[in-house]
Design a protein around this ligand. Structure first.
Ligand SMILES: *Cc1c(COP(=O)(O)O)cnc(C)c1O
Length: 415
């Protein structure tokens, strides 16, 4: 397998060029940086047929990832998640070819593992020692796990109402956890201030916030490479993705462009559909208003913690992917997404995160409204495991006390 073909980084807003081999955050203009590769050279050296003999993880795509020294790679087995046929759910909602990419099987139970495996590997390569992140949940768990695996010090700032699983995981992985009585945007501000205050010092904190660091998106883009590989290099008609920060969608869109430059796929693209929750839908609002960027969503509230991002930094790039692909943006209620999650579990044996369940509810509506057709090949991304959201699902399955269960006839006494 060839080495990485990273050449430089480029600002996604003003196109300014940044040198590879250094730790970067945002461009001075505020734009997120994207990693660029010498794809023409890679095309000559690397074939899609050789992928199958690579590692059984996202690192099978290492030539299109930024790490130079294989020894820097910090892997817990992320990626190569199953693409499962959802026949019963498909039949019920009128989708003849419905597939679920189950990212809940990743280390730490969500696709965030992909981004943080790549970002932490780059920290190791570039000599970063202390990392910090604001997170509404799964990114914190993944950062804590990969930082532990790499022996780095991790600082986590999370809203106080973060799912219990995330809090416990971070503590167990040995991260320094601070709960904040506020939103992820408040956590982000605090981390940013601390990183600025320590910049240039030996104990400098490096900001791993969504898109303020260019390598997480590179890990997440492997969701796009994998879906192509798993479908024998023919992309589906539509992809439904639960967009919070939107990074997974931006990453997949980037992956499709790279794969076309590598000669692995043609110019066809799936309709990229961004799914949000009614309680926090800045991308959906911007999509309908026809604007390039989103506006801050006031009073953000949803059980789908990964979607509670009131003003995503990657809003422009997400909206671009949605529009250029002929997709759309759609919001579903918390009630509908929890119902969809429970039905999916009972029909398919897949216990999805509320974010992933939102995609099932959205697909059902888009088929009913005619935006998606019965014959379309539709891939839903279940971005995490339902096991990480026991508080959210307990609304549907309240645990009764022994006394209450006895009254309802639901308790038996073993002889
Ligand atoms: C973070 C997260 C999302 C949103 O991811 P983006 O790629 O930033 O839009 C969706 N679902 C789950 C489970 C998450 O943890």
């Amino acid at each position: 397998m060839p080495q990485t073909n990273m050449t430089h980084l480029e600002c996604s807003l003003c196109s300014r060029i940044f040198q590879a081999g250094r730790a970067w955050n945002l461009c001075e203009c505020g734009g997120p940086l994207l990693v660029r590769y010498d794809l023409a050279r890679l095309r000559a050296e690397w074939s899609r047929e050789s992928i199958a003999s690579g590692p059984n993880s996202m690192w099978r795509y290492a030539p299109a990832l930024p790490v130079r020294t294989p020894d820097s790679i910090v892997s817990l087995g992320e990626g190569m998640t199953p693409l499962l046929a959802a026949r019963r759910t498909g039949a019920r909602i009128g989708a003849g070819d419905l597939l679920i990419k189950d990212e809940g099987l990743n280390p730490t139970g969500s696709f965030k593992a992909r981004g943080l495996s790549c970002a932490i590997s780059m920290c190791v390569e570039l000599g970063v020692k202390i990392v910090a992140i604001p997170s509404a949940g799964n990114a914190a768990s993944a950062l804590s796990a990969y930082a532990a695996a790499a022996g780095l010090e991790a600082h986590i700032y999370m809203p106080a109402d973060v799912p219990q699983a995330n809090f416990i995981e971070c503590k167990a992985y040995g991260a320094h956890v601070t709960l904040v009585d506020g939103l992820i945007s408040d956590c982000g501000r605090i981390v940013g201030e601390r990183c600025k205050a320590t910049a240039g010092q030996p104990d400098a904190w490096f900001d791993i916030s969504t898109l303020k660091e260019p390598y997480r998106i590179e890990g997440k883009k492997t969701m796009g490479y994998e879906v192509a590989e798993q479908l024998s290099w023919k992309l589906p008609d539509a992809i439904l993705y639960p967009a919070g920060g939107g990074v997974g969608m931006i990453g997949m869109w980037k992956a499709f462009g790279e794969m076309e430059a590598l000669g692995w796929i043609g110019p066809e693209r799936p309709k990229m559909i961004a799914v949000q929750s009614e309680g926090c839908q800045p991308i959906v609002r911007a999509f309908h208003e026809g604007t390039e960027a989103s506006r801050f969503w006031d009073g953000a509230s949803t059980v789908a913690a990964g979607l509670r991002v009131p003003k995503p930094l990657g809003d422009r790039l997400t909206l671009q992917a949605v529009r250029e692909s002929g997709g759309c943006a759609i919001a579903v209620s918390d009630r509908d997404l929890l119902d969809a999650g429970v039905r999916l579990a009972s029909e398919e044996g897949i216990f999805a995160a509320p974010e992933g369940a939102a995609c099932v509810a959205a697909a059902e509506r888009l088929i009913r409204e005619g935006f998606l057709k019965a014959g379309d090949k539709i891939v839903l991304y279940n971005t995490g495991s339902g096991l990480k959201y026991l508080e959210a699902y307990s609304v549907r399955f309240p645990r009764t006390t022994a006394g209450e269960a006895d009254k309802l006839g639901g308790l038996i006494t073993p002889r």
